[in-house]
Design a protein around this ligand. Structure first.
Ligand code: V55
Ligand code: FE
Length: 491
């Protein structure tokens, strides 16, 4: 009989949902433009079974995928777990076999040698498939229409790394997938591998290299000419795992680095830049102007993860965890080894940055970010940041609602940058249900143009993406050659 711990991670708003199901034709307040055809996918960590240990962190829950399918002004809802090997083994055993987050020393012996991935970090569409992603394991392929799980993929043996990032990028020009693995020669190793794959699934690039120290390599930046890896001291060690400490801790005494690989280069061409300590995780976008590289990331003075505490024992510092969008600039022609600039781009305090993905890797104008509720009466928020005018247009959620990561899609493939919609999940915590909000992307401050009502609770979610209906229809017809950015119909 399942009994979840009576702790923060499993009670109140964090009570596991564990419901797979379908709702045909969700209730809508407002009007959904009838020409919207596509789906929004998002993933939320949602434990199938009570944890093996007494407690667990949210980042260790099994990936539950939600699909909101828009067509003819209506929205259908579908929710399924991504059936990882862990999920299947634990379902068969009837209880948890895998222990603490990223600590195999805590596992049941039956788990030994199996991927520990939970596929709980991103629901990412590419080349006709949906991928459930967790950075400690390979990608899990799924059917984007039915949400049936196919299983782990190594792209026909071409991708040998035991890890695959939860934040791959699509090159809007070539249609290629740019991705990496870290701890790529085993747990806690400094080894990295960078891959590029074509929409047909052919590997065109593979470079192995090392970073200065092992850390959480959660996201990266890609420009037309460079792949950019930010090394920030969310660190670990075998001593931590043996002591049963959380896998990661933050080390304020270490410098940060940008490790830069030319996309047409090899390991010997990697250049490393160094800057004073700070915290940064997600990347809004990056682009290069010749050898000058701009890398936009929400930067905080200190750790943003209270569950990955300071390695030297300092208490969590709330105000210092506030992040603002910051542009890091380096020049590959410089031999100083230092950043050229570190410039705050917006005053909005937030994370989960998104863009119009048709402008990924290129100079761009528009970005969107999520703001967390601060203080007892604080409200969650959504900001549109216009880099051209310097304006920040902010929407504040009602009452006890929490918001999740926004996703953008254009009105059509020919629309100007930013001329489109934002979708964003809102948890109505007091009512124990959720909404999907639909905004005009350039007028988020005016509030949603439609509110799509989900008649049940959803859980804290991580990343999600919009996929144009043409991609989904082609995938249903078994056509897998689907280049380009999935928010627009392929050519
Ligand atoms: C993040 C989320 C994860 C993870 C590592 O920054 C980093 C987000 C949901 O799991 O394993
Ligand atoms: Fe992430």
């Amino acid at each position: 009989m399942a009994k979840f711990p009576d702790t923060m991670a499993f009670t109140g708003v964090n009570t596991p949902v564990r419901i797979e199901g379908d709702v045909f034709d969700l209730e809508v307040e407002g009007e959904i433009p009838s020409d919207i055809d596509g789906a929004f996918f998002r993933v939320s960590p949602d434990p199938q079974l009570p944890p093996l240990l007494q407690d667990d962190i949210m980042f260790n829950g099994d990936g539950m995928i939600t699909q909101f399918r828009f067509k003819n002004g209506k929205v259908n809802f579908k929710q399924r777990w991504c059936q990882t090997d862990k999920w299947k083994m634990e379902r068969e055993a009837g209880h948890a076999l895998f222990g603490a987050y990223r600590n195999p020393l805590t596992d049941d012996p039956k788990a030994k040698g199996h991927y520990r991935g939970t596929a709980n970090t991103n629901a990412f569409f590419y080349g006709g498939k949906l991928y459930g992603l967790k950075e400690d394991s390979p990608a899990v392929a799924m059917d984007p229409n039915t949400l049936e799980t196919f299983g782990y993929t190594d792209w026909d043996g071409q991708v040998t790394s035991p890890t695959f990032t939860a934040h791959p990028k699509i090159d809007p020009e070539t249609g290629n997938l740019c991705a990496f693995g870290y701890a790529a020669k085993g747990l806690l190793t400094k080894d990295m591998v960078y891959y590029e794959l074509t929409p047909e699934g052919r590997k065109t690039k593979e470079v192995w290299f090392e970073i200065p120290y092992y850390c959480m390599m959660h996201d990266f930046g890609v420009t037309k000419d460079y792949a950019i890896f930010h090394v920030v001291p969310i660190v670990s060690s075998w001593e931590r795992l043996e002591a049963g400490l959380p896998h990661f801790g933050f080390d304020t005494t270490k410098e940060i680095h940008l490790v830069i690989l030319p996309r047409d280069g090899e390991a010997k061409d990697v250049k490393i830049f160094t800057a004073p300590n700070c915290f940064a995780s997600h990347v809004m976008n990056a682009f290069n102007d010749g050898t000058r590289i701009h890398f936009d990331t929400p930067e905080a003075r200190n750790n943003m993860f209270p569950f990955f505490p300071d390695v030297h024992g300092a208490p969590f510092d709330g105000p210092a965890s506030a992040s603002r969008l910051t542009r890091w600039t380096v020049d590959m022609n410089s031999n100083s080894g230092e950043f050229e600039k570190r410039e705050t781009l917006a005053q909005f305090v937030g994370e989960f940055p998104r863009i119009d993905d048709r402008y990924a890797m290129n100079p761009y104008r528009h970005g969107w970010m999520l703001g967390f509720a601060q203080g007892p009466n604080g409200r969650a928020s959504l900001a549109h940041i216009d880099h051209a005018t310097g304006t920040e247009d902010v929407f504040h959620a009602e009452g006890a609602s929490t918001l999740q990561e926004p996703a953008f899609f254009p009105k059509s493939g020919k629309s100007d940058e930013g001329d489109g919609y934002i979708v964003q999940v809102a948890l109505r915590n007091e009512e124990k249900r959720a909404d999907l909000l639909l905004f005009d992307a350039l007028k988020v401050g005016e509030g949603p143009i439609a509110t799509i009502r989900v008649p049940m609770r959803l859980r804290f979610g991580l990343h999600g993406n919009w996929v144009d209906g043409v991609h989904l229809d082609r995938a249903a017809a078994g056509q897998s050659s689907l280049g380009g950015v999935p928010t627009v119909a392929p050519n």
